[in-house]
Ligand binder design. Sequence first.
Ligand code: AHR
Length: 333
Amino acid sequence: MRRSIVARIAVAVLMPAMLWACGNNDSTSSSSGGGATTKASSKPLVVGFAQTGAESGWRTANTQSIQETAKQRGIDLRFVDSQGQPDNQKKAISSFIAQHVDVIMFSPIVTDGWTPILNDAKDAGIPVIISDRRVSSPDDLYTCFIGSNFEEEGEKAGKWLAEKTGGKAVIAELDGTIGSAPMIDRKKGFEKVIADHPGMKVVLEQSGDFTRAKGKEVMETMLKQPEGKNITAVFSHNDDMALGAIQAIKDAGKQPGKDIIIVSIDGIKDAFNAMQKGDLNCTVECNPLLGPALFDAAEKVAKGETVPKVIYSKEGVFDQAQVTPELIASRKY
Ligand code: AHR
């Protein structure tokens, strides 16, 4: 009895230290950890993933990449769709802790409110990998972050628009989900750039929650407002909202891509098709194919190896002038 208590205390003390292997702050790509098993045995690696939901084409591609990679590597993936509700995501993480999974991953719907659940995971000795969207919690509560630099994406959109319009634009901004990292950081990056261009002003701004339907609804409302009649440009925090807005602009009798210049973020195939038609002018790439990098990290962490603290995806900017049928065919999402 006494020996088993001592053994349990030893495991409780040593496991978090073994699994909580945090790395440095470089942003190089991770390489394969080789083999989807845990350190201690040849049992398949068990990973719990709490996804945001299914709000966009980007998200569909992201989910597919995660599920397909897990399948290819023989990983036991416990996948939960949180349907846009942070509380559902917290419940999913609690249940992963109760199931004693080897690694927890999640794409936080919003940045705030994760400290208590991250502390629970840390107390249980389960490493957490943050996928796609950053959290505002202290970074010693998670193992690493893998995703995009959203602020840089906002800056790229701002620079492209400044160049395209010669620094003169009356802008409507379609925000993503309020309080989410891509909404906060893309806005920040965009604003940083237009602050240097006195001729560029955001006159209307509203959230379309990253969905096509809400992007359309918000743009319809904006176009009816006095300021909306004068807009010459749209900055949309994702492609789906831009595609909804394009429909609303057409319905209002204006020509998207000509009367109103549109720049958005993601680079989904539908955005390339819209650029080919002349409806969309530019998309800033945000790579959803995170499955390989996420499971490379999970495999390493489960073996007690160190991984970089932040791993950013490499991404480009696509202007409509670059779009060819070959480019569209080469897009993977
Ligand atoms: O977190 C990434 C963002 O979430 C994508 O830009 C958007 O399309 C998605 O829903």
